[in-house]
Write a protein that binds this ligand. Structure first.
Ligand SMILES: Nc1ncnc2c1ncn2[C@@H]1O[C@H](COP(=O)(O)OP(=O)(O)OP(=O)(O)O)[C@@H](O)[C@H]1O
Length: 316
């Protein structure tokens, strides 16, 4: 049995005593070790808050979170967290920043990995951090994170300010490095297309709650895109359905044969995510590592409806 990289039980977070709003609520999830997990959801869904809990930077209001079999605080040396604002010392040079990384992580520091990330971006090692562009700073932050040789790498929108070529190249380096060392990666992103082909696990958050969680291939296999004549979709669980004239397009969780005259296909990651984002009331689904599904679907065959919007390639 694989180990557990991250596990949350009824995790909840409210910022401030008086706040009525839960940034996270009743989040129960498990991520096996060695996975590359996409963490997606709309703005304010709680992605950064979840990553900050896993990194030990925030304490839960209720529930628990553990990483690598212990508390986030106890695992800190084995975790690297690249926050959205990528905090670095502006007055240091790139070379001094890498030396600081080495001095703070004497037992684990992987100089070759850190230097490879910097060199692939053609960065001048004598340049001060404050003189670098946003994308170049991202590269230095990722170099520090990989140099730490973490067992769990938590990345909060790591690619947001990189140009498409740099994104592609850095993602390749990141995935190759993680595969070589068996690193578990949790990566939040709004650009779902860039996660396709990179991730094998998915957490979809909405309004602080888990909406989809599990191995990506099993989550995709649990859904079917249906097109064909309009009509009743019972007994299937409907995530989203749209009708244009007599034509129906729907994303369902099938409960048996879909019926004659309808075409079916397995959704892409992007189609799966976008349908759930357009239908925030759709029932949640968690598939655990043994392939067992747990959802909130029984009473919801009507599902949620959304406007017919062509949204391929969109950021969420
Ligand atoms: N330090 C804080 N104090 C008060 N509220 C906070 C704080 N940090 C986050 N929140 C609130 O918690 C909720 C979740 O925020 P979070 O940053 O985790 O979302 P997110 O999914 O990462 O969003 P985005 O995609 O915009 O980065 C939001 O409503 C946000 O306003």
């Amino acid at each position: 049995m694989t180990g557990t990289a991250m596990e949350a039980a009824a995790l909840g977070k409210k910022f401030g005593w008086r706040s009525e709003r839960w940034a996270l609520r009743e989040c129960t999830l498990r991520l096996p070790t060695g996975r590359v997990c996409a963490l997606v959801g709309p703005n304010g869904a709680g992605k950064s808050t979840l990553l900050a809990h896993a990194a030990g930077l925030l304490a839960p209001t209720e529930g628990t979170i553990s990483v690598l079999g212990t508390t986030p605080a106890a695992a800190r040396e084995r975790i690297a967290h690249v926050a959205q604002d990528k905090p670095l010392y502006p007055q240091l040079t790139v070379a001094e920043t890498l030396r600081l990384g080495r001095d703070l992580n004497t037992r684990r520091w992987d100089a070759a990995a850190a230097e490879r990330v910097v060199d692939e971006g053609d960065l001048n090692r004598n340049a001060k951090i404050r003189s670098l562009s946003g994308g170049q700073r991202t590269r230095v932050a990722l170099a520090l994170a990989l140099g730490k040789r973490p067992e769990l790498l938590l990345l909060d929108e790591p690619m947001a300010d990189l140009d498409p070529l740099a994104r592609h190249q850095l993602m390749g380096t990141l995935l190759a490095d993680s595969a070589e060392h068996g690193t578990t990666v949790v990566m939040s992103s709004h650009v779902v297309a860039e996660l396709e082909g990179s991730c094998d696990h998915l957490f979809l958050l909405g309004a602080g709650r888990i909406r989809l969680a599990g191995p990506l291939d099993e989550l995709l296999a649990a859904h079917t895109l249906v097109t064909g004549p309009a009509g009743d979709l019972a007994p299937h669980t409907v995530v989203e359905s749209r009708t244009t004239g007599r034509q129906l397009t729907a994303l369902i969780r099938p409960q048996g044969p879909v019926g004659p005259g309808r075409q079916t296909a397995e959704p892409t990651l992007e189609e799966l995510v976008l349908a759930h984002l357009r239908a925030p009331e759709a029932p949640a689904l968690t598939i655990d590592d043994a392939g067992d599904a747990e959802g909130t679907e029984e009473d919801d065959h009507d599902g949620a409806r959304a406007d017919a919007t062509e949204a391929r390639g969109t950021a969420v």
